[in-house]
Every structure is written in structure tokens, then in C-alpha cells.
Design a binder for this molecule. Structure first.
Ligand code: EPZ
Length: 436
């Protein structure tokens, strides 16, 4: 069993290039299924969730090849069929295939998407919207069986701006007959990027990234080559790491325009940022101070995916802070680990009160999910002494190579094996036999 060993307390220096966006890549991989031809993707992150999604595409008859860092998907031989549960249940994003399978072959048979520890993650909004467009969906014990022989454009209003439901409506609308108007759509940058990708294949979508998206169905799509943008959550994670550990780093390709809320918050805490056209300088010298109360919200509000990393920072900030989590019902999973490191945190329902301590101390920690795991690494880098962090496979779902990145930013971190002194760090990506 491998774990990360982090020796904390060192100020950061150095720089990294921010990887391609996980939450843009996953819907784009689903969208590639809509076209009976070739999609070439650049800057697609080599992370576990992408690897699982590619296995699912193969299950549906797509050819998937990597040529260096370029991903080539040929969906011309795609059939309906069913996805192997071992992949589809591993991650929530498999639900995003519902819209594209219905759009391409008129039917879909999918196991229920993997929920996770942060919340129950229902799909009622997805199903209600797709049914409005003519889909018939049976929710069986084993999973979903959906049929939609001739999808029709519709006027869909989402009760909540669900990212996944927005993506599924867009995916089914692209090849539908007529116009689909989607109101109260999610405004996350990944939606805008999905629409840009689909338009590069010949789709006709306006308003991607706004709360009203209009999709005019087209007959067919064509080959495309597309570069996936940088991951705003990975960039935000390393910005918060710098806030916690101190020092000054350069984050090449960091999408500062998509992180304005995070940058404003960090400015209030005493963190300096300097935008460049090729990236972002982030620096922190003195002790950071509490920003008061922070509430997670749909974009462009403070992103729920950075809530746990922020909590790890506030554990060492001067003063009392409050975090209100309004998106997921169980996203305070790291509180107990932080308290064992010396943090003073109490939670009541969806609110956490954090009284900053001068310095946390290293501990043996266990990641339970993706962003909470990243937050524990961040807390360990800022703490005094060494920490062991297990559950690396959760972190590798979204971070391409966190050891490489941390070392390049000046963190003392190594991959260790329980029974070996020092393992050569190879990502799960390169060690397929390692069970995730
Ligand atoms: C996407 O999840 C992201 N995942 C999440 O990132 C992100 O946290 C989330 O959007 C919010 O920004 C991907 O893009 C692959 P939602 P998604 O539908 O689409 C409820 C990460 O760490 N809801 O906007 O599942 C739901 O339970 C991951 O990268 C319903 O009630 O998010 C949640 O409380 C974690 N019914 C809220 O809406 C539905 O049918 C937001 O969910 C759908 C959602």
C-alpha cells in the first residue's frame, strides 16, 4: 500500500504548468460519441477519471488511441451496448453519456453513476429534462434503460443550475429536431468549453456559459481537433497551497479569468497575485488573516470543489472563519483529520466554524475523496513535521501528477510503499495493474 510522505513547514518556490481540465474533458469525451468520425483532443489530462471514461467509450465500440499527449477518438464504429459496471460505477461522469448515447443511437443502458462520500448525487434533474425532450427512461434495479427514437427540441427550465443536467440536455439537443432552449443552465466555464467543442464539430449552440443556452439541432457533425483548457480547480488548489505554506510560485496557464472569486478572497486574506498573459504569480509572506464567512455557490460564486482546500488554509489563518457549503450535503469530510493535526474546527449542519491556529502538526491522514485528499496534502505541506497521506488513488482521479507538481513548487514530498523505503513514483496511469 503506497502513501505520500510530506515534510511540512517549507515556504514554496518554483513553478508548474496547470494540466488540462478534468471537468471539461469528461463531458467533451462524452460529446465525441455524437460524431461518427474522428475527434483529436490536445491537453487532455491523464487522470484516472479520463482513463475510466475512455474504457467506457471502448465498451461502446469507439477506437481510442494516445499518440504522445494527443488523444484520438474514432467513434465511427460506435454501437449501443452497455458499459462494464466496473468503470461506469466508478465515477459520476458516466451519467453524461446518457445524452450523447440517446442523441447518437437513440438508446442507452447505463448502471447508476457512482455516487461518492460528498453526497447522494441524485440524477432526477437529468431524467426530468431528457424526458421533456422525448426520452423514455426506466429506472431498474440494475440501472437505467433509456430510449429516444426521435429527440425533439424543447423549452427546458432547470430548477437548479446542475452542471451535469445542463451537459446532458446540450448533448441530446445537438442532433435533435428543432430548437432547444435551456433556462437556468449552469454557467461553469466547462459548459462554455463543451459548447465551443461541439460548435467546432458543426453544432449550432449559442449562450454557452450563460444561464440561457439555445441549441438548434443539426443533421450531422464533422471531425474536429480541439485543445482542452487548463483546470481551474487544480490551479485554485495550488493557489490555496501557496496561501497555506507561504512563498511565491508561478502557475503557468492558470485561468485567472475563471478564478476571480477565489482571487478576490485570497486578496482579502493577504495573498498577492499578479496576472501575466501566460499565467499567474501567487505569493504570501506574512500570516494570512481570516476572510470572515465564505459560502460555496454555483459559478461564478466560490466553487464547492475548492471548499476543502480552503478549509485547510483557514485552519492556520489568524482569526475566526466560517464556511457554508450549499452545494453538496456531506463535504466536510476532512474536519476530523484536520482536528487531529491540531485544528480548531466545529461543524453544525452545512456550516463550519474554524478558529485559526498558528501552526498545525503532521499526522497520519487518509483521503476519502478527491478534493478532500488534495486538501489534506495542502494542510500537510503547511504543517510542522511530517505527515503520511493514504488514499492517493482518490487524488489521482483529478490531479495528473500531484507529487511532480508539489516537488516543482518546493514541497518535500515522496511516494512511499508501506514495506519499501522509497518507491520510484509512477502514477496509477502508468501502473495499470494497481487497483484503484
Ligand atoms: C459537477 O458535478 C462536477 N463534476 C463536480 O466536480 C462539481 O463539484 C459540481 O459539478 C458542482 O460544480 C464534473 O463536472 C465531472 P451538479 P455534478 O449536477 O454535475 C444536486 C470534482 O471534484 N443534483 O451541479 O454532479 C447534486 O446532488 C467534482 O471535480 C440533484 O439534486 O454537479 C448536488 O447537490 C465533485 N439532482 C448539486 O445538485 C440532479 O439531477 C450540484 O450538482 C443533479 C444534481
Amino acid at each position: 500500500m503506497s502513501y505520500l510522505e510530506v515534510i511540512g513547514g517549507r515556504r514554496l518556490q518554483g513553478g508548474i504548468r496547470i494540466q488540462g481540465s478534468k471537468n471539461a474533458a469528461l463531458p467533451i469525451l462524452s460529446a465525441a460519441v455524437l460524431h461518427s468520425g474522428v475527434t483529436v483532443l490536445k491537453n487532455c489530462p491523464k487522470i484516472i477519471d479520463v482513463k475510466n471514461m475512455l474504457e467506457i467509450l471502448r465498451d461502446f465500440g469507439c477506437r481510442v488511441d494516445w499518440e504522445g499527449d494527443v488523444l484520438i477518438i474514432d467513434a465511427s464504429g460506435m454501437h449501443g451496448g452497455a458499459a462494464r459496471k466496473q468503470y461506469a460505477r466508478k465515477m459520476r461522469s458516466s451519467i453524461m453519456l446518457l445524452g450523447s448515447l440517446l442523441g447518437r443511437v437513440g438508446s442507452a443502458c447505463l448502471p447508476y453513476p457512482g455516487g461518492c462520500v460528498i453526497g447522494e448525487r441524485p440524477i432526477d434533474l437529468h431524467l426530468a429534462a431528457l424526458r421533456q425532450m422525448g426520452a423514455r427512461v426506466e429506472e431498474g434495479d440494475e440501472g437505467l434503460l433509456a430510449v429516444c427514437e426521435s429527440p425533439k427540441g424543447a423549452e427546458v427550465v432547470l430548477p437548479f443550475p446542475s452542471v451535469g443536467a445542463t451537459e446532458n440536455v446540450i448533448l441530446l439537443s445537438v442532433l435533435s429536431e428543432g430548437i432547444t432552449v435551456l433556462d437556468n443552465a449552469a454557467r461553469e466555464p466547462e459548459i462554455e468549453e463543451l459548447c465551443r467543442f461541439l460548435n467546432s464539430m458543426g453544432a449550432c449552440i449559442r449562450g454557452g456559459g450563460s444561464s440561457r443556452i439555445v441549441i438548434a439541432g443539426v443533421e450531422k457533425l464533422h471531425d474536429t481537433e480541439f485543445t482542452i483548457g487548463p483546470d481551474r480547480i487544480v490551479a485554485g488548489t495550488y493557489m490555496l497551497l501557496t496561501a497555506a505554506a507561504g512563498g511565491r510560485v508561478f502557475l503557468e496557464a492558470a485561468p485567472a479569468g475563471q478564478l476571480k472569486g477565489v482571487l478576490n478572497l485570497l486578496g482579502r486574506m493577504g495573498v498577492c497575485a499578479e496576472e501575466r498573459k501566460d499565467g499567474l504569480w501567487i505569493g504570501r509572506s506574512g500570516r494570512i488573516c481570516s476572510p470572515g464567512t465564505v459560502q460555496t455557490e454555483p459559478y461564478p460564486g466560490f466553487p464547492t470543489d475548492l471548499q476543502s482546500p480552503l478549509m485547510a488554509v483557514l485552519a492556520g489563518a489568524e482569526g475566526e472563519s466560517r464556511i457554508r457549503e450549499t452545494i453538496f450535503e456531506a463535504r466536510f469530510k476532512i474536519v476530523e483529520d484536520l482536528k487531529r493535526m491540531g485544528a480548531d474546527i466545529c461543524t453544525k449542519g452545512q456550516e463550519a466554524v474554524i478558529r485559526g491556529r498558528e501552526m498545525l502538526h503532521g499526522e497520519t491522514l487518509a483521503a476519502q475523496e478527491l478534493r478532500g485528499g488534495a486538501a489534506l496534502v495542502l494542510a500537510a505541506a503547511a504543517a510542522e513535521g511530517s505527515s503520511r497521506i493514504r488514499g492517493l488513488s482518490y487524488i489521482e482521479r483529478g490531479y495528473e501528477n500531484i507529487v511532480r507538481d508539489l516537488q516543482a513548487l518546493g514541497v518535500v514530498v515522496n511516494l512511499r510503499e508501506e514495506n519499501e523505503k522509497d518507491a520510484v513514483y509512477e502514477r496509477t496511469w502508468e501502473k495499470p495493474e494497481r487497483k484503484i
